[in-house]
Design a protein around this ligand. Structure first.
Ligand SMILES: [Zn+2]
Length: 481
């Protein structure tokens, strides 16, 4: 047992003792949420609890019936309401739509997202957001950053077009990569992200550097590698299941040989074109030729290594079904700054409504893959890729919860993927992501029970960030621009 849990236990014992007396309890410099149904992601539902919040922490948790509160306390009546830990969106990009970046933190909070994991942007762009969040934890979500995507000689997100803004760093050699990655480590990134055009040697060195510095390495499996090798070399988490299908195909050897040749890039294509051509020529061919034994080997390796998955199913679903063409989807853009809304609508208005059957098929395959991985006890985090795919920051996380539920997660497992799991991933599981004394008071108060229906995650009455209580009208004001 660590110090924190020991302290919490002592506090709990002290007040269990007090509770036997008739003396009404008064909590100084604190407030109390009375008679609330608490949902801890590990322990599930505890009905009619009383929770005390002091400064930025949960200081006490009692069974409401067992104590008497002094009327001197500041009390919020939580009767018939539900409390869950603050939500995480484990895959966001502050740098993708720079005119939206300033508004993103408020939007996240307004939808109950109290922590995010930024999975790629220029270090000088994302670092100030992280620094600001550390200085102002009560008014900003916790922001964990990777800095830029660490890419290879032909980098994909090179800033050459609207679709490929600058999110990555190009590395022509291992020496360049070492220098640039050391620069990111010096700037105290929270994790590192490998991208698709890395050579096997570059990826191996990156994984070593991550390990030496005790940083998680996430990413897309580089096109030059198979997922088993990448996971065994130290890829701790995978975004969007990217490039997983290659290793499961019975044509694995042929596909990898073709790929290795194409990656020599004799036609001197841009990184994005080269990557797209490989996805187009190989992805569906691999999906159509999945070999049962190979798939088992991949899944067993990911389970053995506990390689985290952030499938971003909401991104795939929105993209494949072009959900953004629906008026109902666009209605949610009202929470965005006007210039973002008009930019997005302009792009949407010139998008064809035809759906691509291959993309639909791939999305369907991905959803089934998530289910199979979940059955193998491979760990998951809820992430969306907002604001890519016209996904509204904060709101899209609730859609991802529905997607996870559809992939066979129970409602409690779904909540865990968006609360406790990201805390565990970052080694913060003793202080964040649960509802226990001693934990950070990052909480979401819901009107309806999310264990009955996960869609109830959006019935938000209030959000608490590092102890700061934000009621519904305050949250609404965060969405007005
Ligand atoms: Zn992303």
């Amino acid at each position: 047992m660590n110090k924190n849990s020991l302290a919490s236990l002592l506090i709990l014992f002290t007040y269990t003792f007090y509770s036997c007396s008739e003396k009404p309890l008064y909590f100084e410099n604190a407030y109390v949420i009375e008679n609330i149904n608490v949902i801890d992601p590990l322990e599930g539902l505890s009905e009619e609890m009383t929770l005390v919040i002091k400064k930025n922490k949960i200081s006490h948790l009692f069974k409401s019936k067992k104590i008497k509160l002094s009327s001197e306390n500041t009390i919020y009546n939580g009767t018939d309401q539900f409390l869950i830990p603050g939500l995480w969106d484990a895959h966001v990009h502050f740098a993708f739509e720079t005119i939206l970046a300033e508004a993103m933190s408020n939007l996240f909070l307004s939808y109950g997202v109290t922590s995010v994991r930024d999975t790629g942007g220029p270090i000088d762009f994302v670092l100030p957001y992280k620094t600001h969040s550390l200085k102002h934890p009560k008014t900003t979500p916790k922001i964990m950053i990777a800095g830029p995507l660490v890419d290879g000689k032909y980098n994909v997100y090179d800033g050459s077009s609207v679709s490929y803004p600058l999110l990555s760093i190009q590395n022509a050699s291992i020496t360049v990569l070492e220098e640039q990655v050391q620069g990111l480590i010096d700037k105290k990134v929270d994790f590192l992200k490998a991208y698709e055009m890395l050579s096997p040697e570059q990826f191996k060195r990156l994984a070593q550097m991550a390990q030496e510095n005790d940083l998680k390495l996430t990413g897309h499996v580089p096109l030059s590698l198979d997922v088993i090798t990448a996971s065994n070399l130290g890829l701790n988490s995978m975004e969007h299941l990217r490039n997983i299908e290659l290793s499961m195909s019975k044509d694995f050897d042929v596909l990898l040989t073709d790929r290795t040749l194409a990656l020599k890039n004799s036609n001197n294509l841009s990184g994005s074109k080269l990557r797209t051509s490989l996805h187009q020529s190989q992805r569906m061919r691999a999906v159509a030729s999945i070999d049962h034994e190979r798939r088992e080997e991949v899944l067993n390796t990911l389970a053995k290594n506990q390689t985290w998955q952030i499938p971003t199913m909401v991104l795939y679903q929105t993209f494949a079904n072009k959900k953004y063409l629906n008026e109902e989807f666009q209605n949610h853009f009202k929470v965005l700054p006007e210039n973002v809304r008009s930019k997005w609508m302009k792009k949407i208005n010139v998008t064809s409504s035809d759906l691509d059957p291959e993309i639909l098929k791939y999305t369907d395959w991905s959803q089934k893959m998530v289910q199979q991985m979940h059955e193998k006890k491979i760990p998951f985090m809820a992430g969306t890729d907002t604001p890519i795919g016209y996904l509204v920051p904060g709101l899209s996380l609730h859609d991802e919860l529905i997607q996870l539920k559809r992939s066979g997660f129970s409602n409690l497992q779904t909540l865990k993927a968006a609360t406790f799991n990201p805390a565990l991933y970052f080694g913060m599981e003793d202080t964040l992501g649960r509802i226990k004394p001693g934990y950070e008071a990052d909480l979401v108060l819901l009107e309806k029970n999310p264990l009955e229906s996960i869609e109830n995650s959006r019935t938000i009455k209030a959000v608490i960030k590092s102890g700061k209580f934000m009621n519904r009208s305050y949250l609404d004001s965060l969405q007005v621009n």
